[in-house]
Design a protein around this ligand. Structure first.
Ligand SMILES: N[C@@H](CCC(=O)N[C@@H](CS)C(=O)NCC(=O)O)C(=O)O
Length: 239
C-alpha cells in the first residue's frame, strides 16, 4: 500500500496543505488504498509536501504522483474526457494551483499577524518547543520570498484580493450548477478544486478572499457535498 506523507490534519479539514488535500482527495476519488505518514517538507525528496512512498520509490509533487498512479492503475477519472475537455481541465487546474494558491499563501504568511499566528501554530506545533519559533521564523522568510518571487507578493493587498475575486468568479461560473466541475462525474479537476477551495473557504484564515468565496453559494455547497461524501469521518462544516 502506498504511504502518503503529509501534514497532520488540523482546522477540521482534510489538510491545511492545498496540495496534500488535492492528492488525498484524488486517492479517495479513485478508491486507491493508502496509509498516512505525518511529516514536514524538510524530509521530502523535493523539500515540499506531499510525497509518496510506493515500494522502494519515493515520488514528490502531486501531479507527478498522479501520473505515476495513472501509469500503474490506469486513468480512473479523466479517461472519458475529450481532448478539449482535458485542455480546459488543465487550464483550470493551473489557475487554481499556480495563481489562487499564492493568494491564499499571502493570506497565511504575510497579510495579517493574526493569520500568521494561526498558521504558525497549525504547521509547527508538532516540533519540539525549543526549535519551533526559530524554524517558523526561517520558513516565514523563505515562503515570503516565494510569494514575492511568484510576483503576487509585489502587489498591494487590494490588488491581490481583486485578483483573487476574479479567480473565484471564474471558478464559480465554470462550476455553475453542475455536481462536479466537468459534469456529472468527478474528475482530477475536482481533486484540485476541492483541495484548494476547502483551504480557502473553510479554514480559520480570515481575509476578503475567504469572505468572497463564502458568498459563492455553489462553491460552499460543492465543498460541503464533497466533504460529506468523501471525508464523512471528519464532519467538515463549511461556513
Ligand atoms: N508542485 C507541488 C507543490 C507542493 C507545495 O507547494 N507544497 C507546500 C505545502 S502546500 C510545501 O511543502 N511547501 C514547503 C516549502 O515550499 O518550503 C505539488 O504539486 O505537490
Amino acid at each position: 500500500m502506498i504511504k502518503l506523507h503529509q501534514f497532520v490534519r488540523t482546522w477540521g479539514i482534510p489538510n491545511l496543505s492545498h496540495f496534500c488535500c488535492k492528492l488525498e482527495t484524488y486517492l479517495r476519488l479513485t478508491n486507491t488504498p493508502y496509509q498516512i505518514v505525518h511529516n514536514l517538507p524538510l524530509k521530502s525528496p523535493k523539500g515540499k509536501l506531499p510525497f509518496i512512498e510506493d515500494g522502494d520509490k519515493k515520488i514528490a509533487d502531486s501531479d507527478l504522483i498522479i501520473q505515476h498512479l495513472i501509469k500503474k492503475h490506469g486513468d480512473k477519472l479523466d479517461a472519458d474526457l475529450s481532448p478539449s475537455e482535458k485542455a480546459i481541465s488543465l487550464a483550470m487546474r493551473r489557475l487554481i494551483e499556480e495563481h489562487l494558491f499564492w493568494i491564499t499563501m499571502y493570506t497565511r504568511w504575510q497579510y495579517s499577524e493574526e493569520n500568521w499566528q494561526v498558521n504558525k501554530r497549525a504547521i509547527f506545533h508538532t516540533l519540539p518547543p525549543f526549535i519551533r519559533d526559530m524554524v517558523a521564523w526561517v520558513y516565514r522568510i523563505l515562503i515570503r520570498r516565494q510569494i514575492h518571487g511568484h510576483g503576487i507578493g509585489r502587489h498591494s493587498s487590494e490588488e491581490i484580493f481583486q485578483l483573487g475575486r476574479d479567480n473565484l468568479d471564474a471558478i464559480s461560473d465554470f462550476l455553475a450548477n453542475k455536481p462536479y466541475f466537468m459534469g456529472d462525474k468527478p474528475t482530477s479537476l475536482d481533486a484540485t478544486a476541492f483541495g484548494f477551495l476547502i483551504n480557502t473557504l473553510a479554514c480559520p484564515i480570515e481575509s476578503p478572499v475567504k469572505e468572497y468565496a463564502l458568498s459563492k453559494q455553489n462553491l460552499v455547497d460543492y465543498c460541503q457535498r464533497i466533504s460529506n461524501e468523501y471525508y464523512p469521518e471528519l464532519n467538515v462544516a463549511v461556513s
